[in-house]
Design a protein around this ligand. Structure first.
Ligand SMILES: [Mg+2]
Length: 263
């Protein structure tokens, strides 16, 4: 960091605050530290299998003291996008029931079979299959907008790295001609929405994440600062150009703040 402005933080969740079912060591204490020292923060996540409330309940269950509105999941950003774009969208959904519930709770209709749709929505599901891609292709040909919550290649499930939405998005892309609208990180629009929501200053906001491809590259491209933590996706890759540094884990953040800001 080259200036002395106090930073605000965007903090990724999966692979930063927890991995699978366990909190990252000292993670809850770091959030308490930020609150106590009045460093503003927002938790921003591409997690699409849990609603804002489910993420809140998981975090509080792991000892994190956070408020519901301190969490911005990509699922919520997607609902807002659909509402703005279609008001009430007819969605063909490739994704699990938590996303289906969120969409219907917000006035959108969800189908799982081949009926006319405004949007094909791709979220996380444990076992997507090619029959869904087959239907999605025809619906897109018929005018539905293909929308993916993100296109992360992988996600960390405790000690196991699982495939994310990237391979599913790639499969659909290979059989359609129009681009897929991507909502979550690393899209600049997602960071812009998070900045607008919080009022944080772009140049003084530090994105803390474990994924080079979605957290760090996205933050750099959006004009934010960034710190890479080594507790999730990108454990051994070199720190990419434009990134402000690395932490072994978020437990090192208080030390980093004290080194850079003397507080
Ligand atoms: Mg992550």
């Amino acid at each position: 960091m080259t200036d002395l402005h106090r930073p605000s933080f965007f903090i990724d969740i999966d692979g930063v605050l927890y991995g699978g079912t366990a909190p990252v060591k000292q993670g809850p204490g770091v959030i308490a530290y930020l609150r106590q020292r009045e460093f503003p923060f927002l938790l921003v996540t591409n997690t699409s299998r849990m609603s804002q409330r489910q993420i809140f309940e998981k975090l509080t269950g792991l000892g994190y003291q956070v408020d519901l509105d301190e969490i911005l999941p990509v699922s919520l950003a997607t609902v807002e996008y659909l509402s703005t774009r279609f008001q009430r969208a007819r969605c063909f959904l490739i994704g699990d029931t938590s996303l289906e519930i969120l969409l219907t709770e917000n006035g959108h209709a969800v189908s799982r079979d081949e009926t006319p749709a405004d949007a094909v929505v791709i979220g996380q599901s444990l076992w997507p299959h090619f029959g869904e891609i087959d239907i999605a292709r025809r619906l897109v040909e018929g005018g539905a907008e293909p929308i993916a919550l993100h296109r992360d290649p992988t996600w960390p499930d405790g000690d196991v790295i699982r495939i994310g939405l990237g391979p599913i998005v790639a499969a659909l892309e290979s059989v359609i001609t129009q681009p897929v609208t991507v909502i979550g990180k690393p899209q600049r629009a997602f960071f812009d929405a998070a900045l607008a929501r919080t009022g944080f200053v772009r140049a003084h906001t530090v994105m803390i994440g474990d994924s080079i491809s979605s957290d760090i590259t996205g933050a750099v491209d959006a004009g934010l600062r960034s710190l890479l933590v080594r507790t999730g996706n990108s454990v051994t890759d070199p720190v990419p150009p434009g990134c402000d540094g690395e932490l072994a884990s978020i437990a090192e953040l208080p030390q980093w703040c004290e080194t850079h800001f003397g507080i």
